[in-house]
Each structure stands twice: as C-alpha cells, then as structure tokens.
Design a protein around this ligand. Structure first.
Ligand SMILES: [Mn+2]
Length: 500
C-alpha cells in the first residue's frame, strides 16, 4: 500500500542525498524548464555536481548521450511513460518526477502524483513536484516556489480560472511568504507587456464579439470608455519597459498592430493593463461585461474573463517574469526555438544577457505564430466527423504547430465543436502530430492524450504518443498518417459516446 506523497518524497530525497554527480534531464517547455531549473538549483545547493540536458522528446537515441553526462539521472516532466526502458537503462541510478498519465511500471525513485490520488493533469505539474522535492530537501528552496507556479500555468493547469489541488496549496504557501501575489482579476493574457489594444484583441477565452481580432474596434472601445492608450514614458522604466514595448507585439492575427507599436518608442509608451488605475480597471471590467451582455454571451463564458492572476512582487513589475502566464510564455518561446537553456538561466535568476536573449526569442516566437496562423487562414482546414485538421508541411515549425492549432479557436475560421489536429514535419522526415481541444470538448468526453496513445498502440506506429486531455503530441512515420487519421476519428467519436 502506498503511504502519503510526503512519505514517498522524503524517501526519494534521502536517496538523492546519498548520491552525487547528477544529470537533470528536462523537457523544453515552460513546465520542463522551470522544473529543470528547480532541480538544478536544489541539487547545487546541497553541494552536488549537476549537469543539465533538455530534450524535445525522450527518444531512445538520446539515452547514450545522457549516460555520458553523469552517474545519477533525474528526469523531470517526462519519464512515467518511458519508465520501462529508463529502468532497464539506468536501474538504481534513475529518478523520475513526472505528472503525465500513469504507468503500471514501478520504480522506487519514481514520483507520480497519480499514485496518491492526485490528478497530474490538473492538480500539480512537474515544476510543482520538483518544488516539493526541493522543499523537502532544504527549506531554503522556498525561494524557488514562483517557478512551481510558472510551470503549472504553462501547462494550463489553471484552466478552471485558478490553480487547484496541490497547486493551490503551493500558491497559498507562496502568498504567505510574500513571494506570490494572488488577485482575482481580468485574466486576459498580456496584462504586463501587451499594449491595451492588443490585450483585448487577442482574447480568445472568451471570444469578445467584434473585439477579438479587430484592432480598430478595440481602440475605439477603449477610447469610448475614456481609457488613455499611451502615457509619457518614465526614465525609470526604460530598462525593462522599453524592451517589452519596442518588441514585436505584432499580433498573431494581423501584422499591422506590431508595426505601429514599433514605430513609437521615444516620448510616449503604450500603456498596459498593469498601468491602469484601480478605477480604470473596474471601468474596463464593467464595460467588457456590458459588451458581452449586448451580444448575449452566456454567463458561464463571461465568467471566463475573470479568475486568479499570479504575480511575483520580487520581479520588476514591467517584466514578463513578474506574472506567471507571461513568464511561462517567455520560457516556451525559448524552448520552442531550441534555446531551452536560455529559459532555464532566466529561471535561475539571470536578468542580464540571458534575459535579453529570452525577450528577443519571444518577439521571434510571436512573429512565427503570426505567420503560422496566416498560413492556415490562407490554406484552410480539412474536416472529419470528429476533428478538424491541417497539414503544414514544412511551412510551420513542428515545435510551434500545436500552439498555432490552439490559437485557431480564436480565429473565427472554425466553430469550436471539434478538436484540431495539426501535422508538421520533423527534421528527420517523420511527422509531428499535435492536437488541441477546448474545455467544452473535454467535458464532452474528449481526452486527446489517451486517444493519441491508444491509436498509436493500435496501428503499431508512432512513438511517444501521449500528453494531456486538452493537448497532445506524437511522432509518426509518414506512411502511417492515413491509418492514424482514420482510427483517431473513430476513437474521438467513441470518447464522446457516439458509436459508429
Ligand atoms: Mn509538464
């Protein structure tokens, strides 16, 4: 019988204490980078020798390289699904901290929340688990707590409007320690760095009728409500604010928005949501609610506008690192452009050279997303009974194609009643398949992670199939594509109780 998670963690911590010469292997997204950074820092603090390796996905071929980097192998944000062969490869020298769908294989140093009735999809992410390890190892590691929240938010575990379960306990601990500020507020993305017009026009959950993807209307809406769009730039803010504001905020929907923002960086700067006074904030919230009522948007959708926002008072207030969602986007941008190490350095506290590189990568990331969206808008989506799909060929990078798929829900190109499957090309000529679904679809029974895994097992092709209910990815040989799409169609129908 398993004990509590605390007991299990304490056992793993004791085992780690006895050892040295660690290799921390982590995923390249926000949760992977933050959990990798937490592990790295925590082990260094104990005087251990640590090296780091990030990977996009854990393929068997990577194992030999990892083996050469040290003597004890710590996998964060993946490993549960590969536990069988990792155990064969590394035996007693293996440590795994993962929150993905559970496995039947066991290992004494494998931590999975599912073993304790905690849902790894919604209640804790890898960075949360890494933090709990770090905190058990040494109380000093409390200062790493914000990263636990960044990873959880990066994995969209706040999709109900706030973090829940073990994540919520971590938030509470952080708030008590003054490391996290929790506000119930408008939770549109970009409150720290997006000019107000973009802040509104990129809202996709909820969709704001006549505002989402409509720059001119957003400008009018703000002006009609008496909210100034610009203010004199103060010299004190030039360090960080200027990087943020002169960066490419060209939108993912339209190229023009960015151009205009770029041209105007000297005397005045664009205000962002955090620049608004308390009165202006409540005025904007009220105006948005009235606007949505006017379009008869149902109350449950309007409520998506509000939720918990997590910010970090110890960071510069105008840095993306001051708010969980923007921090996680910064890390994703680094990882998805093959610079996960830059992201980890930012997590470890670098606010100099690595930070500047991260900001540049984020601008590049946004540009590529915009081009990806434009590609799909131009070429259209194909439709099956149970999903939409598009084949980007080599036109959209395999590392961002999933994000592009998710953003299509806001594009007015489709109704949001089916998952979106995106196909892109890996460097080795195989295909990368990414799927995205909405919350409503998950309520209706859809679980893309399970669907991908099952279909892979059925066709005996594809690898590393898996992921979460709302987002999943896998690698597939080209010749298996048709079989994959057909079986996925059946599987997704089954999940919604529609039998064929
Ligand atoms: Mn994760």
């Amino acid at each position: 019988m398993p004990g509590t998670w605390q007991e299990k963690m304490a056992e793993i911590v004791e085992e780690a204490r006895k050892r040295d010469d660690f290799v921390v292997v982590h995923h390249y997204d926000a949760d992977g980078c933050s959990s990798g950074a937490i592990m790295n820092k925590a082990l260094l603090r104990e005087g251990k020798k640590v090296s780091r390796k990030w990977v996009k996905q854990l393929y068997r071929e990577t194992i030999a390289e990892i083996r050469g980097l040290g003597r004890n192998y710590v996998f964060v944000d993946f490993g549960s699904g590969q536990l069988g062969y990792l155990k064969e490869e590394f035996g007693e020298n293996l440590f795994v901290f993962d929150h993905h769908q559970r496995t039947d294989v066991g290992h004494p140093h494998h931590f999975t929340p599912f073993e304790f009735g905690i849902n790894g999809g919604t209640e804790v992410s890898a960075s949360g688990i890494a933090y709990l390890f770090a905190r058990t190892l040494n109380q000093k590691n409390l200062d790493l707590l914000p990263l636990a929240i960044v990873g959880a938010v990066g994995d969209v575990q706040d999709f109900s409007g706030k973090l829940i379960g073990l994540n919520a306990e971590i938030v509470k601990e952080g708030a008590a320690a003054g490391l996290v500020k929790v506000e119930k507020d408008l939770r549109l993305y970009g409150r720290v760095t997006r000019p107000l017009v973009q802040f509104l026009m990129y809202s996709t959950s909820p969709m704001l009728p006549e505002l989402t993807a409509n720059e001119e209307n957003c400008r009018k809406f703000l002006q009609e409500n008496g909210i100034r769009l610009k203010e004199a730039s103060s010299s004190a803010r030039n360090g960080c604010g200027t990087i943020g504001h002169s960066g490419d905020y060209g939108g993912e929907f339209s190229g023009q928005a960015g151009a205009e923002v770029n041209g105007d960086a000297h005397a005045e700067r664009w205000r962002t949501y955090i620049d608004l006074s308390r009165d202006e904030k409540s005025l904007l919230a009220t105006a948005l609610i009235l606007h949505l009522h006017k379009f008869r948007v149902p109350e449950w959708k309007i409520s998506e506008l509000f939720g918990e926002v997590y910010s970090f008072p110890e960071e510069d207030a105008h840095s993306p690192c001051s708010e969980a969602k923007e921090y996680s986007t910064l890390l994703n941008a680094c990882g998805r452009h093959s610079f996960a190490d830059v992201g980890v350095e930012v997590c470890l506290g670098n606010r100099g050279e690595f930070y500047s590189r991260a900001i540049t990568l984020m601008a590049e990331h946004r540009r590529q997303l915009r081009e990806g969206i434009e590609f799909v808008l131009k070429n259209g989506l194909k439709e099956e009974e149970a999903f939409y799909y598009f084949d980007a060929g080599g036109k959209i990078g395999e590392s961002i194609v999933g994000i592009v798929a998710g953003m299509l829900y806001g594009s007015n190109l489709i109704v949001t009643n089916k998952p979106i499957i995106a196909i892109a090309q890996n460097e080795d000529g195989s295909l990368k398949i990414s799927g995205r679904a909405t919350k409503d679809l998950v309520h209706a029974g859809i679980n893309l992670g399970i669907a991908f895994r099952d279909v892979c097992a059925e066709i005996g092709g594809g690898s590393e199939g898996g992921g979460h209910a709302v987002a999943a990815g896998l690698k597939l040989e080209k010749r298996n594509l048709q079989a994959f799409l057909e079986k996925l169609n059946v599987k997704l129908e089954e999940q919604q109780g529609k039998t064929k």
